[in-house]
Design a protein around this ligand. Structure first.
Ligand code: SF4
Length: 184
């Protein structure tokens, strides 16, 4: 299966229903691929980004990179950075080229959701701001499997009775805004 078979993914509608039911956004899929504790915190809208200088700089870079694409306004639950409606490509902008799988999950999520909503095949690309280049995100079987399993994990984390997963030291902790909470 390739990106052009997305409409044939037999979980497409079930995935879209689950996303809507849990009010999931693209960033949830990035977080859960990086760290389940981070995803649990984000699901509960616990935000430490304001304490993090690196993230603040990233926001500035993001804001300066391009005029906001107003055509994405009103897409309930979807907030990609840019959409090429004619070519059928959805773009997510990132400051750096790291965390490829997690970032690709977030970008692919938008393509999957747009495909479910419009019944038209969408492609995905990550705009790497510092590198000034695009990275195409293949939306094939492996990616779709990852998104499905991530959605199941997010469902478990979303449960009000789910307690916070324990903090585990991983390389990401050094740049994660939640380090102020996890490792104070
Ligand atoms: S600081 Fe580390 S353990 Fe805590 S949320 Fe971030 S990545 Fe996860």
């Amino acid at each position: 299966m390739t990106a052009t078979d997305l409409l044939g993914w037999n979980r497409l509608d079930a995935f879209a229903v689950l996303v809507e039911e849990l009010d999931l956004h693209g960033l949830h899929f990035q977080h859960v691929a990086l760290c389940v504790r981070r995803a649990w915190l984000h699901l509960r809208r616990i935000d430490y980004a304001h304490l993090d200088e690196g993230m603040a700089m990233g926001e500035v870079l993001h804001g300066l990179s391009h005029a906001r694409d107003r055509s994405t306004d009103g897409l309930a639950g979807l907030a990609p950075d840019r959409i090429d409606w004619e070519a059928g490509i959805v773009f997510e902008a990132k400051g750096s080229a790291g965390a490829v799988d997690a970032v690709s999950d977030q970008t692919a999520f938008y393509a999957v959701m747009l495909t479910a909503a419009t019944r038209r095949e969408w492609q995905a690309a990550t705009h790497l701001l510092r590198q000034k280049r695009m990275r195409l995100v293949p939306v094939g079987p492996e990616r779709l499997d990852r998104l499905w399993h991530s959605a199941q994990r997010l469902r478990g984390l979303h449960n009000p009775k789910a307690s916070a997963p324990a903090a585990q030291r991983i390389p990401l902790c050094a740049s994660c805004s939640y380090r102020h909470l996890c490792w104070k």
